[in-house]
Design a protein around this ligand. Sequence first.
Ligand SMILES: Nc1ncnc2c1ncn2[C@@H]1O[C@H](COP(=O)(O)OP(=O)(O)OP(=O)(O)O)[C@@H](O)[C@H]1O
Ligand SMILES: [Mg+2]
Length: 483
Amino acid sequence: MEGVGVDPVGILYGDIHPTVVNCSVSGKLRQGDYVRIKHHEDGWVLGKVDSIEAKTNLSIEKSYQIMEGNNVEIQQTISAQIVIIGFLDQRKVLQYPRTPFLAGTPVYFAEDEFISTTLNISAGKRGRAYVGLIYGHNIPFSIDINSMVQKHISVMAKTGGGKSYLTGVIIEELIKNDVTVVVIDPHGEYGSMKNKASESEDMKRFSIRPVSYSDRIITFTPDHGDEKLTFTLSQINVKELVSIMNLSDPKSYVLPLRKAIDAIRLSSKDYDFDDVIKELRRQDDSSLSQTLEKELSYLKSLNVLGKRGLRVDELVVKGKVSIIEMKGLPPDMQELIVQRLLYALFEARKKERIPPLLTVVEEAHNFAPQQGKAFSSKIMRTVASEGRKFGFGLLVVSQRPAKIDKNVLSQCGTQLILKVTNPNDLKAIGNSVEGLTSSSLDEIQRLPVGTALVASPELPIPLFIEVRPRETDDGGKNVRVVR
Ligand SMILES: Nc1ncnc2c1ncn2[C@@H]1O[C@H](COP(=O)(O)OP(=O)(O)OP(=O)(O)O)[C@@H](O)[C@H]1O
Ligand SMILES: [Mg+2]
């Protein structure tokens, strides 16, 4: 790899730090390119072009001369700033050189093999999720699955940026690795993963074939899924019940409802909405109870709360993906479902009644908002901070990083960021992702669909990747039409 027969693309010059160097550019070096530079003590070191600029001697005065048709001689030099990633020492640990490089040292393009081994990202191994190729290279990129389950993961992008598509890619990899998954799916986009994708030209480049995972996926919906999504009404307390009703003065309804439910409980532990309505009618027929009856009938029509809800071991099956489809349900009912579900899963996991699992929470800013409170806020925080002890991973997906509870977002070890343009969201990302340079933050605003930035403690610097095509049908494309 001495560079025999290979021309350097630049030479180190000016002030040189162990972690950042300046390079005069002679070849076709571009922003984001990986380079190798020989250090006089440590051998070949991997670096990445962080920014690049041309310096010219053309003054504004002289530019007017060009406008007037005169010939002006222009001198131009191109300078790149290179961030040093490091080299593998004898124990295969990534290290920075401890002394500066020598000025005048040539800089070469790094070969794929060198990039891949130095970054330690080889895909194909069991226990790793293959999510795409390093941007501009034919280097497979994978994420360690254990670290996803133990240290959580987030997928952020503006709306339409490709979050659900990428999340689908991750779920496919989890299926292949027999990881148990629960997906909280507010828009009903993930059920389509049962069907295989149609063949596309791009698949070859990524070594992907269409696959159907119909035998690995179970959908739960209030009406038409594989299984009926139901929760036990008697486990919802009166205050919660009243607060999901559409009432102008919720507090005044707590007492009459509690009275009715207490009366039912004297004779039976389980009850449904009809039982509550019947009891209310028996107790009194004030306008208060008529309003309550109307609201209870509405909640009944949502078909989610009943006499006996699903047991946790009916909801979670080892090595399978359970998709909780909540499409069409009002937001507060969705929050209540997420709260009940996460609580039940977390308790069951603590007692090891269910296998280690990863729970995907789409639209996470609704279920763990930074401002205000959702029913599910508390349990989301608990799972984010304590889940790792029990093998309960979270994958949070959101288009508003600035609006997710910081206590949840900051617990995510791996972060996948697609295109983001909102300044507040960029700020939130800048604050939560370590090692993000201002030029990467700038690039995030211009990412094409299908390119993501990955940051994780496993990686020496955040990397740009091209997301691999889906093996399964992508439900996102259908959802957009009807929304
Ligand atoms: N890597 C990719 N390759 C090809 N198409 C993609 C890729 N990523 C996303 N798309 C397409 O881009 C569109 C938007 O993607 P997706 O639904 O995943 O976005 P989203 O960020 O989840 O949006 P929303 O905020 O509305 O949920 C879809 O039509 C999807 O098929
Ligand atoms: Mg989406």
